[in-house]
Design a protein around this ligand. Sequence first.
Ligand code: SAH
Length: 270
Amino acid sequence: MKKRPSFPIRLDREHDKAPVDTLLSATKVVKHNHPLQPKAKASNPNTPLGLGLDSQKVRQKMVDKLELQGLEDEWVLRAMSTIERHRFVDTALVNQAYEDTSLPIGFGQTISKPNVVARMLALLRGGRNLLINGKIGKVLEIGTGCGYQAALLGEIAKEVYSIERIKGLHEKALEHLGSLGTQNIHLLLADGMLGHPEAAPFNGIISAAGGETLPQVWIDQLAVGGRLVAPWAQIKGGSQSLLVIDKTPTGIERQILEPVHFVPLKSGIA
Ligand code: SAH
């Protein structure tokens, strides 16, 4: 039996208000195409992983590759080399844990590619936020999934609130993070489309699920100086791009970046 988590947990939050869709009144729209690009051929993907005693080496290879692809943020690189991705995936997938691939985590959901996770975390750190000893203050994550990105956020932010709508995944994440003994990550079983007003405002908001809906409450719950990073489809059923929103003292700034493919953002608890 795995030991029960010891970090703060809240369950089954009820809300009486439906989320409000928004058409963002952007003060600035910048279109970029700036994903992390491969600069060199990846090392042999068939290299035996030698997980277990040796997982640090394999993980470091993943991090080196991210660096080659253009990831410069020291905090994100350090977090990616600290957090053991193989602990967050099913045993049958452990050998693929450090490949740059998305992996199923059950309940029809997936954990994103390390490359995409790293890119989003670096974007989150790149806002106007005042960093406290290098860390972002309070972060809200929508879509805990298996808890991998939440664990990374725990390394780069002082306090993390992570919401998952699927009970089975919420419980998986509790186990994964409980065994890490993390103290600054709060896992919530709730509808992330409603945000988490009790802990707002957030210095960063990051979503691991997306659709054409960008809940207004996310913007409302963002601190001035805060940044939101989320996949977003401009039209219903259309393809997603990474959306970055900065809340400034004078308004909202919006950037639409490279295309991405995330699981859909859904309402309610399952
Ligand atoms: N960050 C996760 C990725 C999980 S995939 C990880 O590291 O594993 C995205 C997750 O978003 C799925 O688990 C899905 O159930 C969840 N999700 C979708 N809509 C949601 C909502 N409204 N509130 C909370 N979670 C949601």
